[in-house]
Design a protein around this ligand. Structure first.
Ligand SMILES: [Zn+2]
Length: 458
């Protein structure tokens, strides 16, 4: 009996260690439909031995500070190449500063008093950030500047401000400490090393969503609940994005791809991660169960709608409604559908911003694509479409994106909500597309000989 007990304990320990080393997924057994994925032990790196053989090994001595980071692939290696050119000392300093910023933001928002006199400097920055928030409904809002002024905490500050401004904290009797905690966890679960899919993108989408919710048609019919769901969905819609696309996860046999049957893999993961953080923070614990379930399911409706591969599905449905003129915003289902369309617009609204902002987003998303391509090439995988830095050009990517995805969506949105904002957005899209076309023509007339050597196909 004693030996059996010891043997059981040994088996349990072996399983537990193996699980920790791999980075485990835990499921919330209280809800079978909710595959609450909680990433544990992210101290692993990705090692590709052949195109079909993806292996993982522990990285001794390294303890990840991030919550919810990727269990099978340490995506920091995706960004290591650009760091090789930087002197070691500069690299270390940058990491140190970044770590300090992370610690400061976490401690600050979790209510632990700051003991650093440098906060005097932050007060000045906070003043400027507060000034910016007074114009948060302005379409020219510069989220990059706001992120700098808030010391990299744009998502927390912006979302908190919007919820407060709408009277949602009071209306739903939200606990301020739990709300802060929830927003900090959301911000931390975005990967700051992703050039594009990071917390600044989430803040940008939340700001755009806010602009759409202010539009007359929506403002006069949408309930406080609708606004709450819309803003939380915007803030969490890319949660724990690994900086690579679904195709990458499928071809590397990533467990998330199998978990979600290769369908809306990332969007499902963002949604489940958001649900996990809501439950963990207890933000809505005081609301009736039915409301909490409704919140989780509506968040799913909205976040899953951001799957760009399903764009045509949503767009044709939108067109049919507009042709028939049968959208009635006193109907809760119709309001939910409009929230889905609004979030889709907010998610791909980069080309609708001013050229200065739009160009920065284009460069960031291209950088992320090309990083994925670099990793695929390094591990002898087929380089995914748009990800090959030796073949693709930023202007071609942008012209295609605007023509096939952005313009068709925003034309229909303007049919639904024909306002000054809709016309402004379409105006920027036209101008930005013309700018990219200008670059394309310039390049084709000057020829590829002008390209630096490193940018040529080997
Ligand atoms: Zn997004």
């Amino acid at each position: 009996m004693g030996i059996l007990l010891i043997w059981s304990l040994v088996l349990f320990l072996i399983k537990w260690i193996a699980c920790k080393r791999r980075g485990a997924i835990s499921y919330d057994s209280s809800d079978q439909t909710a595959l609450y994925i909680r990433m544990l032990g992210s101290c692993v790196i990705f090692k590709q031995l052949s195109t079909r053989d993806v292996r993982v090994r522990s990285r001794a001595g390294f303890v990840s500070e991030r919550r919810g980071s990727h269990p099978y692939i340490d995506f920091r290696i995706l960004h290591s190449q650009s760091e090789t050119d930087v002197p070691l000392s500069a690299r270390n300093i940058r990491r140190l500063l970044s770590f300090q910023r992370y610690m400061r933001s976490s401690l600050f928002f979790r209510g632990i008093a700051a003991q650093n006199s440098l906060y005097i400097l932050d007060d000045d920055y906070n003043g400027q950030a507060k000034c910016m928030l007074e114009k948060v409904g302005n379409w020219n809002f510069d989220i990059f500047l706001f992120d700098r002024l808030t010391n990299g905490n744009s998502l927390v500050n912006l979302t908190f401000h919007l919820l407060n401004q709408h009277g949602l904290i009071e209306h739903f009797n939200l606990d301020m400490v739990k709300l802060r905690r929830f927003l900090v966890m959301v911000q931390e679960d975005y990967h700051s090393q992703n050039p594009y899919h990071n917390a600044v993108h989430a803040a940008d989408v939340t700001q755009a969503m806010y602009c759409y919710l202010r539009e007359h048609k929506l403002a006069k019919t949408f309930t406080q609940w609708d606004v709450l769901v819309g803003l939380i969905a915007a803030a969490t819609h890319d949660l724990d994005h690994p900086g690579v696309n679904q195709l990458f996860l499928i071809k590397t046999n990533h467990y998330l791809a199998s978990l979600y049957n290769n369908t809306s893999v990332l969007e499902n993961h963002h949604w489940r991660s958001a649900v996990g953080l809501l439950r963990e923070s207890g933000l809505f614990a005081h609301l009736p169960l039915q409301d909490r379930q409704q919140m989780e399911s509506q968040l799913g409706c909205l976040i899953l709608a951001t799957d760009i591969s399903r764009q045509n599905e949503y767009l044709s449905q939108f067109r049919i409604h507009l042709d028939k003129g049968d959208l009635h915003l006193d109907n809760a289902d119709h309001r939910l559908f409009i929230l889905q369309m609004a979030l889709k617009c907010a998610d791909i609204c980069n080309p609708c911003r001013t050229w200065e902002l739009s160009k920065q987003w284009s460069e960031k998303v291209t950088e992320e694509f090309f990083h994925q391509g670099d990793v695929e090439r390094k591990y002898r995988l087929d380089v995914s479409p748009l990800c090959d830095r030796h073949k693709e050009k930023i202007y071609d990517i942008q012209i295609g994106f605007i023509t096939y995805l952005v313009e068709p969506l925003f034309v229909e949105w303007a049919r639904f909500s024909n306002t000054r904002l809709s016309q402004t957005m379409l105006g920027h899209v036209g101008l930005n597309k013309a700018s990219w076309k200008g670059m394309q023509q310039e390049q084709s007339s000057s020829g590829d000989d002008t390209l630096p050597q490193k940018d040529r196909i080997p």
